[in-house]
Design a protein around this ligand. Structure first.
Ligand code: SF4
Length: 416
């Protein structure tokens, strides 16, 4: 096997971080990383799991679990001896059996527009990216679910990195913890972090259990207290898992569509060959019908000359109108147009602004609710579709990508 390890380069940006942007072993909880593998990392557990751990392993009352959750997620405390409303005996038990191990910040970088990106070490070799995007009255955190991604969407920077593994629950919720601590977020009191989108690296529905558990902590009042509609899971179209998600969770759903017909979508999103547009739309209908009043956002990355022509808009409009009709609800389908964010080695270009506006108008004229996503974090490669961590690639995709680049005379280090 020819696994290839990307050197720590804050991948994709081509910039080597200066000393000011580095934070050595930044977290108090990071110290616990070496505390021993047999200890239970409490970040792995949602409320039900934590209650079980306190009752069954520690022989303690359930409400003690609630106290600890608040210390971790509201006050961002990871050291048990700082949890001052716990008795000495309990603190000693926790010390012996548990730890709060948060991701280590490999480095972080603020953008001039307020966007903030973290590169978080997940183990000795892999790292993922997490991005906070502030906007008027809201703060959205874009969270990763896997180290790399196996789905190979053609316009996605993450895809060029290949895939290593799923993130654990602790590694997913740990991203929220890092951002919340940085922002001084306190649920229901100091609301800096108002939305979470599972749109970072990876396909969240391929890591179902860990993602669902982490989203449960995001929505729990003892966790981050976010309303269901403020937690969004974005999928490339894992049809069976959309149904499963509908059975266990009420979060908002977003679908990476990017083309309304099978031929083009199969080219852009290879998963479409397995779950074509009609099957995907049927699963989306079932999701909405299960949760009356909910809507689905269809993301559509605008690529010059690829999927941005008026005929593509008309095709998309028909698909969206058909969706609204099928679920008998106005605006059940929303379209979010995303100007493509270029990355080194890509064969795609961003659609011109005028073409995007024409596309949007055609959709709006067909009574399809359509927004255009403002590009954020451009200067730190934190824009949508640009996230790349450090992935020990098990798929050989990085090697293939580099080979293609070299053949085309691209920069040999462009993929790093
Ligand atoms: S767009 Fe999403 S699902 Fe597709 S390759 Fe990128 S991270 Fe994976």
């Amino acid at each position: 096997m020819s696994d290839f390890i990307v050197q720590p380069s804050f991948a994709g940006s081509g910039t080597i971080p200066g000393p000011a942007s580095r934070r050595p072993q930044a977290d108090a909880g990071a110290a616990a990383a070496s505390a021993g593998e047999t200890k239970q990392n409490l970040l792995e557990l949602d409320r039900a799991g934590l209650e079980r751990f306190f009752v069954e392993t520690l022989d303690e009352k359930r409400y003690r679990a609630h106290q600890v959750m608040k210390w971790i997620h509201h006050r961002h405390v990871t050291a048990f001896d700082e949890m001052t409303d716990l008795g000495k005996g309990l603190r000693a038990k926790l010390e012996a059996h548990a730890e709060v191990r948060v991701p280590q910040i490999q480095f972080e970088k603020p953008s001039t527009d307020g966007t903030h990106k973290w590169l978080l070490a997940m183990d000795g070799k892999n790292a993922i990216e997490t991005v906070f995007i502030p906007d008027k009255g809201r703060g959205t955190l874009c969270v990763s679910s896997q180290v790399g991604c196996a789905l190979n969407c053609q316009f996605c920077s993450t895809a060029t990195q290949g895939f290593n593994r799923n993130l654990s629950t602790a590694e997913i919720i740990g991203q929220v913890w890092v951002a919340a601590r940085h922002l001084g977020n306190v649920p229901h009191r100091v609301r800096k972090l108002t939305n979470v989108v599972m749109m970072g690296m990876g396909e969240p529905l391929m890591n179902f259990d860990n993602v669902v558990r982490a989203m449960s902590v995001m929505r729990d009042d003892l966790g981050y207290g976010l309303a269901n509609k403020r937690v969004t899971l974005s999928t490339a179209g894992m049809v069976p898992m959309i149904d499963r998600l509908g059975e266990v969770s009420d979060v908002s759903l977003a679908v990476s569509l990017h083309a309304a017909d099978d031929a083009l979508r199969s080219e852009l999103v290879p998963l479409n060959r397995k779950y074509p547009v009609a099957e995907l739309m049927a699963a989306c209908q079932r999701y909405v019908l299960r949760k009356r009043g909910s809507s689905i956002t269809f993301e559509y990355t605008m690529m010059k000359g690829v999927n941005d022509r008026p005929e593509h808009a008309r095709q998309l409009a028909r698909l969206m109108r058909g969706f609204d009709n099928a679920v008998q609800m106005k605006d059940a389908a929303k379209v979010n147009l995303i100007p493509f964010n270029p990355f080194p080695g890509t064969r795609f270009e961003r659609s011109p602004e005028t073409d995007i506006r024409v596309f949007q108008k055609l959709l709006q004229d067909a009574r399809v609710l359509t927004t255009v996503r403002r590009t954020r974090g451009d200067d730190i490669d934190a824009a949508c579709g640009q996230l790349k961590g450090q992935v020990v690639d098990r798929t050989r995709r990085q090697a293939e990508f580099r080979k293609r680049l070299a053949t085309r005379g691209g920069e040999a280090d462009a993929a790093a």
